[in-house]
Design a protein around this ligand. Structure first.
Ligand code: NAD
Length: 424
C-alpha cells in the first residue's frame, strides 16, 4: 500500500478544481479564516493501492484503488466507494471534499471520505467483483474503522459489496462490528429506508423548493436523468407526490412522454431487463441532452458529474434543478443558472439523504437496537427539511446562490470545530 503526498496544485478543469472554485467563492463571501481555507484545500489523507486479482479465466489483472479522507474535524470520515472506469485520484479527492461539506450541511457528526476502484462492474462476473472488493478491503484494513472511516455504496456498488467489505474487514480484525460499513443488507445490520434514502432526500428537497416557488406538486412536471439507485427511487417518490415525470434516462437511452411516464412500469421493465431502460416503450426516444433541456418544472440530474455545462445551462427550461448526482454542474454553469433565476438545490444538500440514513444505520448498529422504516423516514425528512432551511437562510443572509450558501453552512461548522481542535 502506498500513501501518496497530495499535490497542492491540481490540473485545471479537474473535479477537485470545481470544489476549490466553490470553496473559494464561499470563503470570500463568508470571510472564512485563511488558515481553515488553506487546510481544506488539501485532503488529509490519500491512499492509492494496486490490487492484483485472479480473473475467471485464470489470468491476473491489476486494478487501481483509492481512498481519500478529506477532513475529520466533525467526526470519523464517511463516504461511498465507486466502481467505474473514470475513478481517479482527482475524482476521489473531489468526492471526499463534497462528503465533508455534505455531512456538515446535514448536521451529521462526520468528516468526509471517498473511495473507488477503477473497473467496469458491468463487465465483471460476481466472483471477480467479490475478489476485487475483498482485495480492496484488505488493502484498506488500516484505513477503515467503525470510528475512523466508514464506507458506503456509490455508483457501481451496492449492499452486496458492503456485505463483502463487512465480512472481510471483520475477519481481518477478528471483530463483529456491523457499523464499519453502511448501506449493507438489512439482515447484516442495514437500516430500513437506506436503499431509497438518497432518492427520498431528492423528493423532500423538490417538495420544499416547489413550495418556495408557489408551485403545487400536482401541477408540476419533472425530468430525471439516471435510473439507478438515486434516479429510480427519486422518480418513483416524485411521481407518488403527484408530480408528472415527463422524461427519464439511463446510459442506454432517454425517453419522453408529455402525458407522464408510468414510473412503476419503467421500474418493472428495468428490473426484468438487466436493470436498463433500453427498449422501453412508455415514451418517445430522445437524447440525454434533450432530457436536460426539455420543458419541465424540475430537472433532477441523478447520474453523472459535469453534465450541466455552460452551454446546456443556457438551454435549460426547468425552474428548479435538484442535484441527485454528485457534481452534475460545472462552475461556469452556476452563473448562467443564477442569471436565469433557476433555483438550484445543490448536490451537497439535495443528495444528503443517503448519508443521513447511513448515519442512522451506524447509530442503530452502535445501539444494537433497530428502528421501523417509518421512524427512519420521519427522522430523515425532518433532518432534510432542517438542512434545507439553514441553507435557504444563509442564501438570504449572504445574498448568494443555494450552492454557495450550502458551502457557507458547512464551512461555518467545520471552521468552528477546526479552530477548537487547533492546528500544530
Ligand atoms: P447507480 O450506479 O445506481 O446508477 C447510475 C445511473 O446513471 C444508472 O441508471 C446509469 O445507467 C445512469 N447513467 C450512467 N451513464 C449515463 C449517461 N451517460 N446518461 C444517462 N444516464 C447514465 O448510481 P447511483 O448510486 O444512483 O449514483 C448516481 C449519482 O448519485 C452519482 O453521482 C453518485 O455519486 C450520487 N450519489 C449516490 C448516492 C447513493 O446513495 N447511491 C448518494 C449520494 C450521491
Amino acid at each position: 500500500m502506498a500513501t501518496q503526498t497530495v499535490p497542492s496544485m491540481v490540473a485545471h478543469d479537474s473535479m477537485f478544481d470545481a470544489v476549490l472554485a466553490r470553496l473559494d467563492a464561499a470563503a470570500k463571501t463568508m470571510n472564512l479564516s485563511e488558515e481553515v481555507s488553506k487546510v481544506l484545500r488539501n485532503p488529509q489523507k490519500l491512499v492509492k493501492v494496486s490490487l492484483p486479482v485472479t480473473m475467471d479465466n485464470g489470468k491476473v489483472e491489476v486494478f487501481e484503488g483509492y481512498r481519500c479522507i478529506h477532513s475529520t474535524y466533525l467526526g470519523p470520515s464517511k463516504g461511498g466507494i465507486r466502481y467505474a472506469m473514470d475513478v481517479s485520484q482527482d475524482e476521489v479527492m473531489a468526492l471526499a471534499a463534497w462528503m465533508s461539506f455534505k455531512c456538515a450541511v446535514a448536521n451529521l457528526p462526520y468528516g468526509g471520505g471517498k473511495g473507488g476502484v477503477k473497473c467496469d462492474p458491468r463487465k465483471l462476473s460476481v466472483g471477480e467483483l467479490e475478489r476485487i472488493t475483498r482485495a480492496y478491503t484488505k488493502a484498506m484494513a488500516d484505513v477503515f474503522g467503525v470510528d475512523r472511516d466508514i464506507p458506503a455504496p456509490d455508483m457501481g456498488t451496492s449492499a452486496r459489496e458492503m456485505a463483502w467489505i463487512l465480512d472481510e474487514f471483520n475477519k481481518i480484525h477478528g471483530d463483529d462490528l456491523p457499523g464499519v460499513v453502511t448501506g449493507k443488507p438489512i439482515v447484516l445490520g442495514g437500516s430500513l429506508g437506506r436503499d431509497a434514502a438518497t432518492g427520498r432526500g431528492v423528493m423532500v428537497c423538490t417538495k420544499v423548493a416547489l413550495k418556495k416557488l408557489n408551485i403545487d406538486p400536482k401541477n408540476a412536471t419533472a425530468a430525471v436523468q439516471g435510473f439507478g439507485n438515486v434516479g429510480g427511487h427519486a422518480a418513483r417518490l416524485l411521481s407518488e407526490q403527484g408530480i408528472k415525470i415527463v422524461a427519464i434516462s439511463d446510459h442506454t437511452g432517454a425517453f419522453y412522454n408529455e402525458n407522464g411516464i408510468d414510473i412503476k412500469a419503467a421500474l418493472d421493465y428495468a428490473a426484468k431487463n438487466d436493470r436498463v431502460l433500453k427498449g422501453f416503450k412508455g415514451g418517445t426516444e430522445i437524447t440525454n441532452e434533450d432530457l436536460l433541456t426539455c420543458k419541465c418544472d424540475v430537472l433532477v440530474p441523478a447520474a453523472l458529474q459535469n453534465v450541466i455545462t455552460e452551454e446546456i445551462a443556457h438551454k435549460i427550461h426547468a425552474k428548479i434543478v435538484v442535484e441527485g448526482a454528485n457534481g452534475p454542474t460545472v462552475p461556469e454553469a452556476d452563473h448562467v443558472m443564477r442569471e436565469k433565476n433557476i433555483l438550484v438545490v445543490p448536490d451537497i444538500l439535495a443528495n444528503s439523504g443517503g448519508v443521513t440514513v447511513s448515519y442512522f444505520e451506524w447509530v442503530q448498529n452502535k445501539m444494537g437496537y433497530y428502528w421501523s422504516e417509518k421512524e427512519v423516514n420521519d427522522k430523515h425528512d425532518a433532518n432534510m427539511e432542517l438542512a434545507f432551511a439553514s441553507v435557504w437562510e444563509n442564501s438570504n443572509t449572504f445574498k448568494t446562490s443555494m450552492r454557495i450558501a450550502a458551502y457557507i453552512t458547512a464551512l461555518k461548522k467545520i471552521e468552528q470545530a477546526a479552530k477548537l481542535k487547533g492546528f500544530f
